[in-house]
Write a protein that binds this ligand. Structure first.
Ligand code: TIU
Length: 227
């Protein structure tokens, strides 16, 4: 049982943990395709180095959840090799040097099973942790994630990963609409655009937490350690 009143110091107000096993860490798309040169993020014209600095912080969260035996899930954005799950509306977006499915230095861009589509080594899933491949920005679109979370008895999600205003925010909104309480870990998420990250954190917690909560990783770690 959670000690009565156990909370994470969060904004716009404290985040009360439900039963410990009800809170899962959802790590969004910490893949080479977004964090390393030669992947999808770089092909879109982004400076991918910005995203690399959150890796140690995400690792601290992973270690804390693992130590406590709390649920951990990892999403992975990618498409089938035949690209049957990649609509032209996605493949043709932007003006990238390489498109989804083209061959780059880490294999085919944003294609499941390619070296560049794998997780960065420091954040590789541990045995038993769920990996959720996803064709879209949101982790609930064509994945079965909702059913998996329900089967685990999860009602609260602590979100980390990239990019803040694209896949993370989309997933957080999807989760909120499905009834999950969501907390976005401020220094365990990153964007190619600092202003977009800042705006996302603000819009999540505005209006009394219209989408959910935000908190620092140290506040989350303190809350988890108290469990
Ligand atoms: N381009 C961009 O910012 N993000 C994505 O395409 N996917 C994710 O955010 N994972």
């Amino acid at each position: 049982m959670t000690p009565r009143g156990l909370q994470i110091a969060a904004r716009p107000h404290p985040f009360r943990l439900a039963e410990p096993e009800s809170a899962a860490l959802l790590v969004i798309d910490m893949q080479r395709d977004f964090l390393e040169p030669g992947g999808f993020g770089a092909a879109l014209g982004n400076d991918v180095r910005r995203l690399q600095r959150i890796v140690p912080t995400v690792r601290l969260l992973l270690d804390a959840f693992r130590d406590r035996g709390l649920p951990v899930l990892h999403t992975k954005e990618g498409h089938r090799p035949d690209l049957s799950d990649c609509p032209p509306a996605k493949r043709n977006r932007g003006a990238p040097g390489m498109r989804i499915g083209d061959v780059g230095p880490m294999g085919r861009i944003l294609v499941l099973g390619e070296p560049g589509n794998d997780f960065v080594p420091e954040l590789a899933p541990a045995p038993g942790e769920l990996v959720v491949p996803k064709p879209g920005k949101g982790a609930f679109y064509r994945t079965g994630l909702d059913a998996r979370l329900q089967a685990l008895g999860v009602s609260q999600l602590l979100l980390a990963g990239v990019t803040t205003e694209v896949c993370v925010q989309t997933t957080m909104r999807e989760a909120n609409d499905r009834g999950y309480e969501c907390l976005l870990v401020e220094d365990a998420t990153e964007s190619y655009f600092p202003a977009f990250k800042a705006a996302t954190l603000e819009m999540v917690r505005a209006q009394g937490g219209i989408v959910g909560w935000t908190a620092t990783a140290s506040a989350v770690l303190e809350g988890i350690r108290a469990l």
